[in-house]
Design a protein around this ligand. Structure first.
Ligand code: ATP
Ligand code: MG
Length: 564
């Protein structure tokens, strides 16, 4: 148990100039991490203690569901990635390199290719299933925008596990076991979290959940209502109604000189933005154009749109819009030759919408879907706060994804030849799931959630130390001798203690202790000698306590068990 006079804990008064996220500022200021390059961080000793505590909690819960820990390499042959289609498909995030023999290699961002290749040779019969394998390994990802220090870095440790089952029902069971393990991991780490329905992504899949930690530095929006939680990427809800002007017998043209935005046109016509339809022309990979139409007060949700189109897409260029439809800024669905995809929230109910007329400076009003243009339907808009699910209004919160679980199905087994022989000796594809969780993000999320204006306030299970013991006694003093005695007692009681025995003033020592955020701070000074009581501060809430010197270590251990 370290003495601070001999320990590396380089605390700083000022955060790095470029640090926006609270966890970034505090991790650096508390002396827990240091930057090496863009998206590259070193964990210093106290920071690594927290990281490894989280790793240990994850390990225990993975082992409890029958997971077997192993280790796969970071450096992997490109050949495996070519076979899965991800050598190109993973995109720019994949680090590619060559070895001395000029063979293509990758630095693994995840390990489906390697584990499935092993499964192809190591799993032979139905008796070999189910299995859960996992490792903690460094992941390399050339993130487009590394940010917020360890929240999104280019190199980080992830626990990734993989389940192998005989069939879909087996996969469902393995998935549920992982969901339970993840619930327990995040509870034990002391986080506030929820699990949300997630996008299964372009790769397909049979279901996915993300574990979200609400915090301002998060990069995801989560839609919440009683009994409902989903990533905004996939959330569906009932839109708030909009009152439309009644529709004339046929659309009427209106002059909208120089007006190209929904706001301008809505204002000029004295209508709510939801009474207009906005156009979002997209081009599919085969080159064809689809005109997506949604309410003027709504925004396209790209994940849901791709799902509705059944394909990836890109926004049409100004030139393509001009060629197929009309001048950008005045686009509408009436009289066009391209398919129209109409968002589910567009309901006319006897009224008419305002749309672009596909001519400069003109819009049409009184437009009724079905009567004035043909369309296909789809739910392609982003949910907004105030929409309803099962009658309850939804709210939207920022959150960071700390883990996710995913039913892969046979996507990798099919291409990498992972089959097993069933009871009748017939080869069947292995059903797989994959499950990721990031200790660094858990640490950063805990800081984001519980820090106050003085610094970090660790959940006790992942704090670098249980107790931060501060002595106010100078070397050779009576209080110093008492501090040494308390320190020895704490250590022999098995309490992880950081002992601030530095030759520094009380102000500096207290500030560092509050910055580092261990759950209990114990102070020994002249007053301790006079009163016969130890001053203890519970970090969360900065609550002072006094404990008798007699039996102090046991009392501190007991107090520790009761803090958050
Ligand atoms: P995101 O959408 O935030 O990029 P992801 O979907 O790419 O995350 P996964 O590939 O599923 O993430 O990785 C599983 C876990 O690994 C994440 O839940 C997170 O805890 C962690 N993780 C992913 N990317 C990073 C990163 N760049 N830095 C730190 N941790 C990460
Ligand atoms: Mg990512």
């Amino acid at each position: 148990m370290p003495r601070l006079s001999e320990y590396l804990l380089p605390t700083e008064r000022e955060p790095p100039a470029d640090a926006e996220a609270l966890s970034h500022r505090l991790l650096v200021r508390a002396g827990l991490i240091r930057q090496v390059g863009a998206g590259l961080w070193t964990w210093l000793p106290a920071g690594w203690r927290t990281h490894q505590r989280i790793v240990q909690i994850i390990r225990e819960e993975m082992d409890a569901i029958g997971g077997m820990e192993m280790l796969m390499p970071i450096l992997q042959p490109a050949e495996l990635w070519r076979r899965s289609g991800r050598y190109e498909g993973f995109g720019e995030e994949l680090f590619k390199l060559k070895d001395r023999k000029d063979a293509d290699m990758v630095l693994a961002p995840t390990s489906e290719e390697v584990i499935t290749t092993h499964a192809a040779t190591l799993i032979r019969s139905y008796r070999d299933l189910p299995r859960v394998l996992y490792h903690f390994q460094t992941k390399e990802r050339d993130e487009p925008r590394p940010r917020a220090a360890v929240l999104r870095s280019r190199e980080f440790v992830m626990k990734d596990s993989y389940s192998f089952d005989r069939d879909r029902e087996g996969l469902d069971i393995s998935y549920q076991k992982h969901a339970g393990a993840y619930d327990r991991i995040l509870d034990r780490c002391g986080l506030e979290w929820y699990s949300v329905e997630a996008d299964v992504g372009a790769m397909g899949g049979f279901g996915a959940h993300e574990y979200m930690a609400p915090c301002p530095a998060g990069e995801n929006d989560v839609v919440l209502a009683p009994g409902y939680a989903a990533n905004l990427e996939v959330a569906r809800a009932e839109a708030q109604p909009v009152v439309l002007p009644s529709a004339p017998a046929a659309p009427e043209e209106v002059q909208t000189p120089g007006m190209t935005t929904i706001t301008q046109v809505a204002e000029a016509l004295g209508l709510p933005e939801g009474a207009l339809l906005k156009a979002y022309p997209v081009v599919l990979p085969n080159g064809s154009l689809t005109l997506v139409m949604l309410r003027g007060d709504h925004r396209v949700n790209e994940v849901k749109l791709a799902l509705a189109l059944g394909s990836s897409f890109r926004p049409a260029s100004a030139e393509e819009i001009e060629r197929h439809l009309g001048p950008p800024g005045s686009i509408g669905p009436v009289g066009v030759q391209v398919p129209v995809l109409l968002d589910d929230a567009v309901v006319a109910d006897g009224g008419g919408y305002v749309v672009g007329a596909n001519r400069p400076d003109r819009h049409l009003r009184g437009v009724v879907p079905g009567r004035d243009f043909a369309f296909a339907r789809g739910d392609v808009r982003a949910v907004v706060a105030g929409d309803r699910v099962d009658g309850h209004e939804v709210r939207i919160e920022r959150a960071i994804e700390v883990g996710n679980i995913f039913k892969l199905g046979t996507r990798y087994s099919d291409v990498l030849g992972a089959t097993y022989l069933d009871r009748s000796g017939v080869a069947q594809p292995v059903w797989m799931g994959c499950y990721g969780i990031g200790p660094a993000r858990i640490a950063a999320a805990a800081i984001e959630q519980f820090a106050d204006d003085r610094g970090i306030s660790w959940p006790r299970s992942i704090s670098p130390f249980a107790v931060h013991l501060v002595t106010l006694g100078k070397e050779g003093s009576e209080e110093r001798a008492l501090s040494e005695r308390i320190y020895a007692e704490l250590v022999s009681a098995g309490i992880d203690t950081l002992y601030d025995d530095r030759d520094a003033g009380p102000g500096e020592k207290f500030a560092d202790a509050e910055l580092l955020g261990c759950p209990l701070r114990v102070t020994v000074g002249r007053r301790t000698l006079q009163s016969g009581e130890l001053e203890v501060q519970v970090r969360r809430g900065q609550e002072p306590r006094a404990l008798p010197l007699e039996g102090a270590a046991a009392a501190i251990a007991e107090l520790w068990r009761h803090v958050a």
